[in-house]
Design a protein around this ligand. Structure first.
Ligand code: SAM
Length: 344
């Protein structure tokens, strides 16, 4: 078998240790971000095909038994799934889960921050692409900036171990705002991160000229903080299980807080060599790579097989985990699937 189960670890054919599972709890989203959801939209999946909380917890238990230590809930938008804190409690109760994180657009966070924290979410990522309310509405389709900012404040009040901002860097949209987003985050003890645009959904939402490369992002952050230079950083408490590389500003004008930021650069500075993760879709498809469409069904083995069938299916997915991906700067090489189906 291509994976080492005996050592209590999941190891893929490239000897990468897999200890991180991202769980999409719904394919639905209350936003319509232009780079995420193709214009023709996507028919929501039938409810009967979506895993119940108990099924998600059963699968999570199998993963944790095999060596996964860190879980992240994502979507779609995870907070639109009713009673999400109940799922958090089920996952938190699994022995061996060292970290439970959540990615959200923040729209429902003002009311949910406290219950999610109380249920056991440790780390929070909030997506925020602009601080301008009109631009925010434009890129999210239906988002309300004031709600997200209120959600962030509620999250700060309840003491998550880490809060990060996730900004997709889009040339011609927010490239002039990267410095301001950093200043906004740093003033609140939050670590900003920038994500390179990816050609998901068969490239339908990708405009090559809008890609802001990691090197350009670093230069823009430094330029916005006159005289500062970018140096490598370990990420401190912000370093989670994900692929971000961290940097900080040194020199220039001090803002009285550590000026740390992260970049997730699947397009120009790959991180496939250190990939440690798998993605479980809301319908139980296990994706070993964000950038490829192949997946292994876990729902069938779960509903009709049993624990051994589930482990065999997980092993099959890991034994076929790709070396890397083939995203191209012109927008080719991406998968047909959209981020909203499996979470980012
Ligand atoms: N709804 C949640 C949220 O907003 O964080 C979780 C799911 S969302 C798909 C996860 C992240 O993927 C968001 O930060 C989103 O901006 C990002 N994303 C979506 N489509 C993307 C794309 N084509 N390229 C890069 N990032 C993308």
């Amino acid at each position: 078998m291509a994976i080492a189960l005996a050592e209590g670890r999941l190891v893929d054919p490239q000897r990468r240790v897999i200890d991180y599972l991202r769980i999409s709890v719904t394919d639905r989203c209350n936003y319509r971000c232009t780079y995420c959801i193709p214009e023709d939209g996507r028919a929501p999946v039938a409810r009967a095909d979506v895993l119940s909380f108990e099924e998600i917890a059963t699968l999570a238990r199998a993963f944790v038994t095999l060596g996964v230590r860190r879980l992240r809930l994502t979507g779609g938008e995870p907070t639109v799934r009713r009673d999400l804190p109940a799922l958090v409690r089920l996952l938190r109760a699994l022995p061996g889960v060292e970290e439970l994180a959540l990615s959200t657009n923040g729209h429902l966070l003002a009311a949910l921050a406290a219950p999610l924290r109380a249920a056991g979410v440790d780390r929070l990522n909030v997506s925020l692409d602009t601080l301008d309310a009109q631009k925010f509405r434009r890129i999210t389709g239906r988002g309300e900036l004031a709600r997200v900012l209120a959600g962030l404040e509620a999250a700060r009040d309840v003491g998550f171990a880490s809060i990060k901002l996730n900004t997709v860097a889009v040339k011609g949209f927010n490239d002039g705002e990267l410095g301001a987003l950093c200043t906004f985050a740093w003033a609140r003890g939050i670590v900003p991160r920038f994500i390179e645009l990816m050609p998901m959904a068969a490239g339908q939402t990708f405009i090559p000229g809008e890609l802001l490369a990691a090197a350009e992002i670093r230069a823009a952050v430094a330029a916005a903080h006159g005289g500062a230079r970018v140096v490598a950083d370990d990420g401190g408490a912000a370093r989670g299980a994900g692929p971000a590389r961290y940097h900080r500003l040194e020199g220039g004008q001090d803002v009285g807080a550590p000026r740390r930021f992260g970049i997730i650069s699947p397009m120009t500075e790959h991180f496939c060599d250190s990939c440690n993760r798998l993605r479980l879709s809301a319908t139980g498809a296990l994706h070993a790579c964000l950038a490829h469409d192949d997946a292994v069904d876990l729902r069938g083995p779960l509903r009709d097989g049993g624990p051994r069938a589930v482990v065999a299916a997980i092993a099959a997915a890991i034994s076929r985990k790709r070396d890397g991906h083939e995203f191209q700067l012109v927008g080719l090489g991406g998968p047909r699937k959209a981020m909203v189906q499996i979470g980012g």
